[in-house]
Design a protein. Structure first.
Length: 490
């Protein structure tokens, strides 16, 4: 059906999911300017009929000569401007004058017009919460920021096994997404941190990943493939544990190290990108062989755990060993621990320690303990001791001031999750000071309410938020121990 807008003829053009574009060549100035104009128009006005029209007449584009250019530009906007999650870029229509001059583009919204404002506000709130968590790692340089966002994504989001979630908003809401969602959210977070990022698409792989610019050089990063849950979607091997280890194998790679010319399992090929990654600075870097997660706050200081279980720091003065971690994670038979332990294919003991950071302290685990390493004191102390009858500690993960600990007898299956709460480097509500927050602390708290002289505490927390300290707060703490998600400690 022909629709007339003044003397325009509207022709609909479908945009394929992975439209081709320039390979390793900077986007043209015209494309960048056009994309910015379209994005600005879409961000700053809402069409009441749900079909925003953007005037592009000043670019003097012609039909059909510039159809491919427009398609590439819209694909560029779709990935480069993740804040436009509410616009459907899968198809659009062009307003054409005199059969050859393209004067406008008409898009559609993915949501009803009346909910767009609330969706965008919710998006900013969710994005802000992520940035608040990332700020807790105190990244100061571009490299530290990129490392922090990379870690945050693969630690707090999971691969969408239903292959549905592709945009940054829905990924923030559901905490799951496919490669396109990881790519978009990575760009959105780094944009707020002032770091330039782009995208790569491979039609052959039906896959997308990121490029990031550090000190004037571009590098490949595949957040999806470094996420341990990606294995469940057909990616590289991983254990079945919920708090699986963190990989940086696909982090800051050059074209030479990252790309192959023909299909190969576990490799990237068929890449179509706007920027060439020629720097080999980080190829073969130390983080290729660690699964503990790497922390950096800036100034080229890094903290990590080696495969043989050594907690390390590297900086301007070279490498230093901070602690040695027991490298035995034992197997179980008939529910009981044996004297056998997991090994790598090389025969060396396998290490399943994970590194976390909170309030000037690092946290790491061996098979039976969680340790706190104070940057101020430069000492490690035990903050959690596991019952070996329950299994090994196969991972830890921090969310806010709560540290989750996974205990399992089999590394191929999810285990039991225990939690401890952290407060400025110490355990919040650990009233009996045994290194763990549990029902004993709730009992101690109740005893303090009844007999404050005999059971002293350093502080009296108002856990239930009623403005007073009482036995109700002890009951709240017990509920937190039983149901930590329903009764959080703030």
């Amino acid at each position: 059906m022909k629709k007339t807008i003044s003397f325009f003829v509207v022709i609909c053009l479908a945009v394929s999911l992975f439209a081709p574009f320039a390979v390793s060549a900077d986007p043209s100035e015209e494309m960048v300017e056009l994309a910015a104009d379209i994005a600005d128009a879409l961000m700053n006005s809402i069409a009441s009929d749900g079909h925003p029209v953007v005037d592009i007449s000043k670019y003097n584009l012609k039909f059909p000569d510039d159809v491919d250019f427009l398609r590439d530009t819209c694909e560029y906007i779709r990935y480069s401007y993740p804040d436009l999650f509410f616009v459907d870029f899968s198809s659009y229509s062009t307003g054409i004058q005199s059969m050859t001059s393209i004067k406008s583009l008409t898009f559609s919204y993915r949501f009803e017009t009346w909910v767009l404002s609330s969706k965008r506000q919710e998006y900013e709130k969710l994005l802000g919460a992520c940035l608040d968590d990332i700020a807790g790692w105190n990244p100061t340089t571009d490299l530290a920021k990129v490392l922090a966002v990379h870690r945050y994504l693969i630690q707090n989001f999971e691969y969408d096994l239903n292959l549905e979630v592709r945009d940054s908003y829905t990924m923030l809401k559901t905490r799951v997404g496919v490669c396109e969602g990881y790519t978009a959210l990575f760009i959105a977070l780094l944009d707020r941190l002032g770091v330039e990022a782009s995208f790569v698409i491979s039609e052959d792989m039906v896959h997308a990943w990121n490029l990031v610019k550090i000190n004037g050089e571009w590098y490949h990063i595949d957040n999806t493939w470094d996420d341990p849950t990606y294995a469940l979607g057909g990616g590289e091997s991983s254990t079945g544990n919920v708090l699986d280890r963190i990989s940086d194998k696909n982090f800051l790679k050059s074209d030479a190290a990252f790309l192959v010319s023909s299909p190969e399992k576990g490799k990237h090929y068929g890449a179509k990108a706007y920027y060439a990654c020629t720097s080999t600075l980080y190829d073969g870097y130390f983080w290729d062989s660690t699964h503990s997660g790497v922390f950096s706050f800036g100034n080229n200081d890094f903290w990590f755990i080696t495969q043989n279980g050594t907690f390390m720091h590297t900086g301007s003065e070279g490498y230093s060993e901070l602690a040695y971690i027991n490298d035995r994670w034992y197997t179980y038979q008939d529910g009981a621990r044996t004297n056998k332990y997991y090994v790598h294919s090389s025969g060396t003991p396998a290490n399943y320690s994970v590194l976390e950071y909170y309030a000037d302290c690092f946290y790491y685990n061996d098979c039976d303990h969680v340790y706190k390493y104070s940057l101020a004191d430069k000492e490690s102390t035990v903050v959690f001791e596991n019952d070996p009858a329950e299994g090994n500690i196969f991972g830890i993960r921090r969310n806010g001031n709560v540290l989750s600990i996974e205990i399992a007898k089999d590394m191929q299956n999810p285990g039991v999750i225990r939690t401890i709460t952290l407060e400025e480097g110490a355990l919040y509500c650990d009233f009996n000071k045994d290194g763990i927050v549990d029902s004993d602390d709730a009992i101690y708290m109740l005893r303090h309410v009844l007999f404050p002289g005999d059971f002293p505490v350093d502080y009296e927390p108002d856990l239930n938020g009623d403005g007073a300290f009482s036995s109700d707060d002890a009951i709240y703490l017990l509920r937190h121990v039983l149901f930590p998600n329903d009764f959080p400690l703030s």
